[in-house]
Design a binder for this molecule. Structure first.
Ligand code: NZQ
Ligand code: ZN
Length: 387
């Protein structure tokens, strides 16, 4: 097991009706800016619950953060924060809103062009970011219990990530009731995103970190079992709760400790969102199978372990099991009605491999993957396989 440090200061408040508790989590003299997305919270009652809980607090609001949070929109929010001497941010939404708030938390005290925080990137250290809490409305990213974020800039077709230990939410409310109003397409995205988060931290090489491996496999199995229950029309509170907690646990830092991690699928996937606007989770479903096929030799033992322990495939050689593993992964995405080829999403895919290779060269992104040896040329080949 590799050396590691673990500190996750986010308080989780889980369960039905728990949004009401936020009044006790936020200090009374705080000047709060509540930030939300395109309006789903006004239709499902979450907005009213927040307003009610904070009726005795000083509260301003900013709505309209789009999916794949947009830099230009966030600059408008930053202006409001500075004009009104805001001291506390409250994210009410999915990963996009939470990520947007993390960026604002970092940008509020940053001298200089805020885009530098993403471009360089600049890490936000403990005590540096503006304090914030979150109310999660869409299980998927794990942003509610981690310190990373991803921001898009449509003008330049960039989607870049940053973070740092100063950007953990102080608290996050996880009320599974919010799942009731989520469209099935977004639920499928949430499952696929969380599932791939586990794979990014697991599908490398067998390790001696037995507990992390078993926890990762448990999250994968739980997501597989929960998926059909949350994809049916009838709302199932316990299934929603399991789905929500799996998503949080998939990316709160725990399973990555003491092991090597990959994250190349996300790096390539972000480019597809930047070029074509494809939903984040769907970009991962396009890249992951090709990435695992391209890196078959280095990953085959772990793929075989995944086949055995997660899908109960016990027959065949290591190679045969590993091949079945990739097939099972594709089948799982398809069971969520998520397509796994780039050409399923755009007709304009022909020069994507060149674009990704060029972008990675320009950003000097060499050494992707768990062995830090994937080059922009490797990314080219993986992208070409995903057409
Ligand atoms: O904007 P509103 O009206 O709220 O609608 C949203 C949005 O259209 C809707 N929605 C959210 N909660 C709902 C709901 N609709 C009905 N009922 C509810 N309860 O869902 C749509 C998608 O929301 P969004 O926040 O964009 O989705 P998600 O949570 O999947 O976040 C995606 C973003 O997170 C980034 C992605 O790159 C992408 O930009 N990620 C962040 C990570 C992190 N911080 O750790 C890691 C991830 O890998 C990912 O990269
Ligand atoms: Zn993701």
């Amino acid at each position: 097991m590799l050396n590691f440090e673990l500190k996750n200061p986010t308080k989780i408040i889980f369960g039905k009706g728990e949004i009401a508790k936020i009044s006790k989590e936020i200090i009374h003299n705080a000047k709060i800016l509540m930030i939300f997305g395109g309006g789903s919270i006004k239709n499902n009652g979450v907005y009213d619950q927040v307003k009610d809980a904070l009726k005795d607090h000083d509260l301003l609001e900013f709505g309209g953060v789009p999916a794949n949070p947009e830099y230009e929109v966030l600059l408008e929010a930053l202006h409001i924060i500075k004009e009104n001497n805001i001291t506390y941010l409250l994210a009410v939404g999915g990963g996009s809103v939470i990520d947007g708030v993390k960026f604002l938390s970092a940008a509020a005290s940053y001298d200089g062009e805020p885009w530098e925080i993403l471009k360089k990137p600049v890490r936000t250290l403990e005590g540096e970011g503006m304090p914030f809490g979150t109310i999660l409305t869409l299980p998927a990213t794990g942003s509610e219990m981690n310190s990373g974020y991803v921001i898009s800039r449509r003008e330049t077709k960039e989607k870049l990530s940053s973070g740092g230990p100063g950007l953990f939410p102080l608290f996050s409310v996880l009320d599974p009731e919010v799942v009731r109003s989520i469209p099935k397409k977004q639920i499928a995205n949430g499952i696929a995103d969380a599932y791939t988060h586990v794979l990014e931290q697991y599908m490398t090489a067998p390790s001696s970190a037995d507990l992390q491996e078993r926890i990762a496999e448990s999250i994968l199995i739980s997501l597989q079992e929960t998926a059909p229950k949350v994809m049916t029309e009838e709302f199932d509170y316990d299934a929603a709760g399991n789905f929500m907690w799996c998503c949080t646990m998939a990316l709160n830092g725990l399973i990555q400790k003491g092991v090597i991690t990959d994250w190349a699928v996300h790096a390539m996937g972000h480019e597809l969102t930047a070029y074509f606007g494809i939903d984040h989770a769907r970009t991962l479903a396009v890249i992951a199978p090709s990435h695992y096929r391209y890196n078959f030799e280095t990953k085959k033992e772990k793929l075989a372990q995944y086949a055995e322990r997660v899908w109960n495939i016990t027959e065949g050689s290591t190679e045969e099991k590993a091949e079945m593993a990739i097939k099972k992964l594709e089948d799982f995405f398809h069971s969520l009605e998520i397509k796994t080829k780039l050409s399923d999403y755009t007709n304009d895919f022909q020069n994507t491999a060149e674009r990704v290779e060029k972008a990675f060269i320009e950003r000097n992104w060499v050494g992707l993957g768990e062995n830090k040896n994937l080059t922009p040329q490797d990314a080219y080949k993986i992208l070409e396989m995903s057409y």
